[in-house]
Design a protein around this ligand. Structure first.
Ligand SMILES: O=C(O)CCC(=O)C(=O)O
Length: 302
């Protein structure tokens, strides 16, 4: 069954809310007609949905330019994921990810990150995928310059430890992202899996330390995206990316994670969610060790 809706116009679906973004104060795009379709059966089967051209070229260029300007003098204390284990020769030590930029209204990138994380075009899509209202719990700007290692296959639920439901990733391509520059890879059909306890990742290829093996009968697939496309995937989906082997193509992405409003607990790092009306909420810390005995220290930014 296909659920479809016109953002500005007549909704054609029960569960996809039509909203007008034309005058919405939160919108980056002042006048636009956006049409998107969600094949909910495909989403439930595979665990992911691709929204093509959800953001305009102008919008992603602004996010790119603001983030690059913020990073022009190197990593930013309190914002960038400055890691001691990065070799200075590693392109990631020059361009580490910016974590939770929406929490830094004092920084250049703070305001645009908050607005994009809570962009009104995302809300009805997330609501359809969750089957209830979404809360935003994380934002991240990922630069992935040429030569950068990848992020090994993993499941977001391992880190976010959302109970009782699942989180949802929203991966907005700022540049075209494909096999040539370390684009996204996912394992269709893994969206219904429990959390699998990870093995050790190969540090030559990946900057992260966890690796989840592809289960028998499933296979990983690259998802090529154009700038402005958005990949949504639930927290069970095994996904990641390989190194950026291009000579000169950054693979930038703005990534957010969302949880259902009914979430009763999640990892400490993500525990101050925002609803799409801009209100801040609080969710209790995940208790216990998680299915893999994950300490909070590991269940942190990922
Ligand atoms: O952007 C990537 O390469 C991977 C991002 C990712 O897996 C995540 O944020 O969960």
């Amino acid at each position: 069954m296909i659920f479809a809706g016109l953002v500005e116009g007549k909704a054609r679906s029960r569960s996809y809310e039509a909203i007008s973004i034309a005058n919405h104060p939160n919108s980056l795009q002042s006048r636009a007609m956006i049409q998107t379709e969600i094949d909910i059966e495909q989403f439930h089967r595979d665990g992911f949905h691709v929204g093509r051209r959800l953001f305009s070229g102008h919008e992603v260029a602004r996010l790119r330019d603001v983030s690059m300007e913020q990073a022009k003098d190197g990593p930013v204390e309190g914002l960038s994921d400055i890691r001691k284990d990065f070799d200075p020769a590693d392109p990631l030590s020059r361009y580490p990810r910016m974590m939770h930029p929406h929490q830094h209204p004092d920084k250049l990138v703070g305001e645009i990150s908050m607005r994009t994380m809570l962009d009104p075009r995302l809300e009805p899509i997330l609501r359809t995928l969750f089957g209830e209202a979404p809360f935003a719990v994380q934002s991240m700007f990922y630069f992935k310059p040429p030569g950068a290692r990848g992020q090994d296959l993993h499941q977001d639920n391992f880190y976010l430890r959302v109970k009782p439901g699942t989180c949802m990733g929203m991966w907005l391509a700022i540049d075209d992202a494909d096999r040539g520059n370390g684009g996204m890879v996912i394992v269709p059909g893994s969206g219904g899996m429990d959390v699998v306890c990870p093995e050790r990742a190969d540090s030559k290829t990946f900057f992260t330390t966890e690796h989840v093996a592809v289960p028998e009968g499933l296979k990983e697939e690259p998802i090529d995206l154009k700038a402005g496309d958005v990949l949504f995937f639930n927290g069970s989906v095994i996904h990641g990316s390989y190194p950026n082997t291009s000579e000169d193509r950054f693979r930038r992405a703005f990534i957010c994670h969302y949880v259902p409003a009914s979430t009763s607990e999640l990892s400490n790092w993500y525990r101050y969610p925002f609803s799409f009306d801009g209100r801040k909420h609080s969710i209790a810390d995940a208790t216990g060790g998680g299915p893999c005995g994950t300490p909070q220290a590991i269940a942190a930014p990922h």
